[in-house]
Design a protein around this ligand. Structure first.
Ligand SMILES: N[C@@H](CCC(=O)N[C@@H](CS)C(=O)NCC(=O)O)C(=O)O
Length: 202
């Protein structure tokens, strides 16, 4: 059975749990990271030299980087995986661009706000306002680009899986955001997936 190493509270672990649950793939998640204090051990670093979670162990295959894990799982999941991650290059690019955008554009303000949101408002770093503005801009871009019920258009895809746990948190930060009607409607659709509920329960 596949092993997923990573704490349930990590957004990047939640992406992978969402997909494993959605595909109905048997897996065992093991607690690694932060409070478990076990990702700097030599045994873990031999699997993932970043000392970060998640790491997926599938027999002799070890995969790290959450978006790479999503692609690996889709590529090994047969017909259902091919719907989530289409082989046609043009269709695939509509999925991958948002997975890359998540890391390249949304992640920076997300991480800044995520770190500071835990503090009382008066103690937040000066970067809070700039990150909030950037977050509003990035989510506005996503909102304006959505041309269908799902991130990549008509079909639910890896882009939805990758973005959902993170955007879910972004919408919950105590910051001013534009209306984001498309993003909020999409969030409601994703949140109705039992697999998403399981992934984000922690
Ligand atoms: N780009 C990496 C980021 C991995 C990462 O930063 N993971 C965080 C949790 S979301 C982590 O390991 N934090 C330290 C810890 O939990 O010990 C990925 O997508 O897998």
């Amino acid at each position: 059975m596949m092993r997923l190493l990573g704490r349930a509270t990590s957004g990047n672990v939640q992406k992978v749990v969402f997909l494993l649950e959605e595909l109905g793939t048997p897996y065992a998640r093991e607690d690694y990271g932060r409070q478990f204090n076990n990702t700097a051990d030599a045994a873990y670093l031999a699997l993932n030299p970043n000392g970060k979670v998640p790491t997926l162990v599938d027999g002799a295959t070890v995969v790290w980087e959450s978006n790479t894990i999503l692609r690996y799982l889709a590529n090994t999941a047969g017909a259902e995986g091919a719907v989530l991650y289409p082989a046609d290059p043009a269709a695939r690019s509509t999925v991958e661009r948002w997975m890359d955008w998540l890391l390249a554009s949304l992640n920076n303000p997300y991480m800044g706000l995520f770190r500071e949101a835990k503090k009382p408002a008066a103690e937040r770093a000066a970067t809070w306002a700039a990150d909030a503005k950037d977050m509003a801009t990035q989510l506005g871009i996503l909102d304006g680009a959505m041309g269908g019920p799902w991130i990549a258009g008509a079909a639910f895809s890896l882009a939805d899986v990758a973005l959902a746990p993170i955007v879910h948190r972004c919408l919950g930060f105590p910051i001013e955001l534009p209306a984001l009607a498309n993003v909020r409607a999409w969030h409601g659709r994703v949140a109705a997936h039992p697999a998403f509920k399981t992934a984000t329960a922690a």
